[in-house]
Design a binder for this molecule. Structure first.
Ligand code: PLP
Length: 489
């Protein structure tokens, strides 16, 4: 399987590249992204074949259909990491919450957020490519809270890979910060910066573009890479759980094979939603993909009005911070798939130059044939958290946005699979506030009060964080990031 470019080819790069090349150098011509030349057509035959398969077995078969240049042994090793999830026989439980509404829980991995779904296996794949090429990679990550812990966890002690992870000091929850600063592997560096997430992200982008930084790394025989969510090496693992969730409902007798469902995704950078879109294109019976956002509702406006407009917009901090985003990178892959590379290049150039683009009427119609969207404000989200809790379901504020979107977008009498992207332990102060009204609690107190209120125990990997030694305490000024990273490598 080869990969082509969303904005067409600039004549300097190869026309198409292998999976491992797309992973190592994820940015394509004109700043575009890599996409598969052709998606495998799995259809109902594949679904029927895997009705009784384990998650891993179905996943392996799907990956093999992509015909990627990764050895089968490596894929086995990568998928084996799902054995470390809460239930090795079912890493992604799907539970019924209301009539016609099911929640697929993507957070049962080591860092309790859905980033583990893709980053766990991705760590094995990337490290194996690096070993095979006998190269060393420095992975840069900037995080607002969930990607950082998941990236550190997956690359910890892996060969030929080092990670430098930037986070905004004060910009993450206590749990998220502790998950990073208590990591003690030699190949990991965690750096708090005085600034916000945008500062961390901008610093990362300028290092990725800096020829002098790359030249300095080259002196030590190190190449630079990024583990952000545009990397197709992550996207490919996000197709699998959509197929799994559907099969799981058929297994439970809740769904007949072939019956259409809504997929309902709390969206930020659109990786999760893109995985659902590809699953649908590959034959999963999907009626529509419902995109849930928070107050940062650029995606809602794009899907409802056809306009991607950042001109009078800045990022608002919300109670679902993993979705606080303006430039939702993976939307580009949808544009490419629907409208082709020259139109994608035109639209993305317009976004770069004017901070906006507008779809034509026909294009909007095409987009709306697949997607519906709505957004949910923080206070509304808390109402949904409280309501769900009163029926016995504990959920986090990201998941809550789906409940709102489901009310307004799931118009037909068919079932919805909503995706839960974080465990309650990662955003406990907001949930405690929703359930008991307590305000400004520290994570440790909020965890305890929810644990008591809901009669659930705090998972050990979260509880232990509060007693672990802090080994990665460095907090620095933005200007010193490059120096700090060079001295680490
Ligand atoms: C990353 C993240 C999201 C957004 O997912 P995308 O694939 O970027 O759209 C939603 N919820 C949580 C908890 C996340 O960590």
């Amino acid at each position: 399987m080869n990969f082509i470019e969303t904005r067409g080819n600039d004549g300097k790069r190869p026309y198409n590249v292998s999976f491992s090349q797309a992973i190592l150098n994820p940015i394509a011509s004109f700043g575009g992204l890599y996409v598969p030349l052709k998606l495998p057509d799995l259809g109902e035959v594949f679904l029927a074949k895997h009705l009784t398969s384990s998650y891993k077995k179905m996943a392996l078969d799907m990956l093999l259909c992509f015909d990627i240049d990764i050895d089968k042994d490596v894929l086995y090793e990568a998928l084996d990491l799902y054995d470390k999830f809460d239930d090795a026989s079912n890493p992604v439980p799907v539970v019924k919450v209301q009539d016609n509404l099911y929640v697929s829980e993507l957070y049962h991995g080591p860092t309790r957020a859905f980033k583990d779904m893709a980053l766990q296996p991705f760590g094995v794949v990337l490290s194996s490519i690096a070993q095979k090429r006998n190269q060393n990679y420095l992975i840069l990550a900037a995080t607002s809270g969930d990607t950082g812990p998941a990236a550190l966890e997956t690359f910890k002690n892996r060969d030929n890979v080092q990670v430098a992870c930037l986070y905004p000091e004060g910009g993450t929850s206590d749990v998220q910060r502790l998950q990073m600063v208590t990591e003690d592997a030699k190949n990991l560096k965690v750096i708090g910066i005085k600034g916000d997430f945008d500062d961390a992200q901008n610093a990362l982008k300028s290092l990725l573009d800096s020829e002098t930084f790359k030249a300095k790394l080259k002196e030590d025989n190190i190449s630079l890479s990024a583990a952000n969510s545009v990397n197709f090496g992550r996207i490919i693992f996000q197709i699998i759980y959509h197929i799994h969730s559907y099969l799981e409902l058929v297994r439970q007798g809740e769904l007949n094979m072939g019956e259409k469902v809504y997929l309902n995704v709390p969206s930020g950078n659109f990786g999760n939603a893109l995985g659902g879109y590809y699953a649908m294109k590959m034959g999963l019976p999907v009626e529509k993909i419902i995109i849930a956002s928070n107050e940062n509702n650029v995606l809602t406006r794009l899907i409802n009005d056809g306009k991607y407009d950042l001109r009078k917009t800045s990022v608002t901090s919300t109670t679902s911070p993993a979705m606080d985003i303006l430039k939702s990178s993976n939307v580009e892959r949808i544009l490419f798939d629907m409208f082709g590379s020259s139109r994608t290049k035109e639209l993305m150039t317009h976004l770069q130059e004017n901070n906006s683009y507008a779809l034509s009427k026909d294009e909007l119609y095409t987009l709306q044939s697949v997607f519906s969207a709505d957004f949910c404000k923080g206070d509304e989200g808390k109402k949904y958290i409280k309501e769900a809790f009163s029926t016995g379901y504990l959920m986090d504020p990201h998941t809550a946005t789906c409940f709102k979107a489901n009310e307004t977008c799931a118009l037909k009498n068919i079932k919805t699979i909503a995706y839960s992207t974080a465990e309650w332990t990662k955003f406990s102060p907001t949930i405690a506030n929703a359930l008991t009204g307590e305000v400004d609690a520290h994570d440790i107190d909020a965890l305890k009060s929810i644990s008591k209120e809901a009669n659930v125990s705090i998972p050990s990997m979260i509880n232990e964080l509060f007693d672990k030694e802090i080994t990665q305490g460095s907090i620095i000024e933005k200007e010193d990031i490059e120096k700090e990273i060079l001295s680490f490598v």
